[in-house]
Design a binder for this molecule. Structure first.
Ligand code: PMP
Length: 417
């Protein structure tokens, strides 16, 4: 699996999707909403496609459609405590994925090392390896080893001394993801200060993947590391229209940062993509403009989505806890990780062997079994670990960005587990 073109998590998502089609599983494996984007976002796209303005169907500005970079500039400037320049501080690539490629390829070179906190979004490792650089993994681990029915991703942190010990002359960047995939870990002020101090002391770039920035739970505030003293000039912040508006198929992302770093990203962008689709950019611009008229209102999607997801997180967590599948409550994002150790122990080897072989990780075996025997799709968390650290082999990732009816179906399966 390690040498395939796809990050391993994608392969598992594909297995779940096939199983959903073939045997009708309840699929909490795939990491995207099964509900529609908000109506005003759909209306915006209809408005654009029906527009009599022919230019909306032709090539637009390469580094980002003007209306969109202006809208992003207006939306984000207050969050960065400075006036962003729409033409110099923002780049619009194909999804946050494309934004990550631009950020990594433009700042990291063959032979460099990049710090990643694990478990990590599996694409990072591949993106770094592909340019001949080396990912260096810093484990996030629970502060306490006590087993409790429900724990919180806040308890998962890193060891400052260990992080420091991994900084070498060829360390180039720290790749941060908050809220994170898969754990839903929200890095707190203190943790971000440690990362900031290290970036400054060792002159590192910070690539901050904040695609889940609007999905913060329990009144937590999202902190942009780029706004911390000394960080703006060394940070590239990544966002996603797909995550922001529950329209992941629209594949539009952004990189925000200082002009010299954005210029470097532009070089990579032009080589790979050249420009993104005009109608999608125009529609996202209209959607952002609409949200900006109601930022303080209950209806603002940038806030209501978080409330909706928090309720769904709690619903799924209580279902899991009821039957003893220990949930780790995420502080933000789409995903909840659950500990299946006690469950896995109860399944007979002969049962597991029907669907997997002994040399596969326990969580992989559990998921393959659950897909076939329980019609329940999840992602084994070991795919989000480096080969050397696949030690947490009894965690699964579940996506709760789903319709309530999907979660209820999952509940029915779980209750009869
Ligand atoms: N970063 C993280 C942490 C993600 O989870 C994802 C999507 N799963 C992406 C980036 C890619 O986002 P997009 O769909 O906008 O390319």
């Amino acid at each position: 699996m390690a040498n395939t073109a796809n990050p391993v998590g994608r392969l598992f998502e594909d297995i779940c999707t096939m199983a959903a089609k073939e045997i009708g599983i309840v699929n909490l494996g795939r990491g995207f909403p099964d509900f529609s984007p908000p109506q005003h976002v759909l209306d915006a796209l209809v408005q654009v496609t029906q527009s009599s303005n022919p230019l909306l169907h032709q090539y637009t500005r390469s580094f980002g459609h003007v209306r969109l970079v202006q809208a992003l500039c207006k939306l984000y400037s207050p969050y960065y405590n400075q006036h962003l320049d729409p033409y110099q501080n923002i780049l619009i690539p194909v999804g946050a994925y494309g934004a990550l490629v631009c950020a990594i390829d433009s700042t990291v070179q063959e032979g460099d090392e990049v710090i990643i906190f694990e478990p990590f979004f599996d694409a990072y490792k591949k993106m770094i390896n592909d340019i001949g650089a080396t990912p260096v993994f810093i484990p996030l681990a629970p502060r306490t080893t006590e087993s409790s029915p429900t724990s919180h991703s806040d308890d998962w942190t890193f060891d400052e001394q260990f992080l420091l010990s991994k900084i070498r002359a060829n360390t180039k960047a720290i790749l941060l993801n908050s809220p994170s995939n898969p754990l839903g870990k929200v890095f707190n002020q203190r943790e971000l200060e440690i990362i900031r101090d290290i970036c400054i002391e060792f002159d590192l770039i910070c690539i901050s993947d904040e695609v889940y920035e609007w999905m913060m739970f329990n009144f937590k505030k999202h902190i942009k590391i780029a706004t911390m003293e000394g960080m703006w000039e060394r940070t590239l912040t990544i966002g996603s229209a797909g995550k922001t508006f529950s329209a992941t198929g629209w594949k539009l992302g952004w990189v925000i940062g200082p002009e010299p770093l954005i210029k470097k990203c532009q070089v990579i962008f032009q080589k790979c993509y050249y420009r993104c689709p005009t109608p999608i950019q125009e529609a996202v611009a209209i959607a952002i403009e609409t949200e900006m008229t109601r930022l303080e209102s209950e209806d603002c999607y940038l806030k209501s989505l978080a409330r909706d997801l928090e309720n769904k997180r709690d619903y799924l967590a209580s279902l899991l806890a009821e039957i003893g599948l220990k949930p780790i409550l995420p502080g933000g994002g789409y995903f909840l990780v659950a500990d299946v150790f006690d469950f896995h122990k109860q399944i007979k080897d002969s049962e597991l062997e029907k669907h997997s072989s002994k040399d596969e990780a326990d969580d992989v075996r559990f998921v393959k079994w659950a897909i076939k025997e329980k019609k329940f799709g999840a992602i084994p968390v070991s795919v989000f670990y480096s080969d050397e650290n696949k030690r947490r082999q009894h965690l699964i990732r579940l996506c709760f960005a789903k319709q309530l009816s999907t979660l209820e179906k999952a509940g029915t399966i779980l209750k009869h587990w």
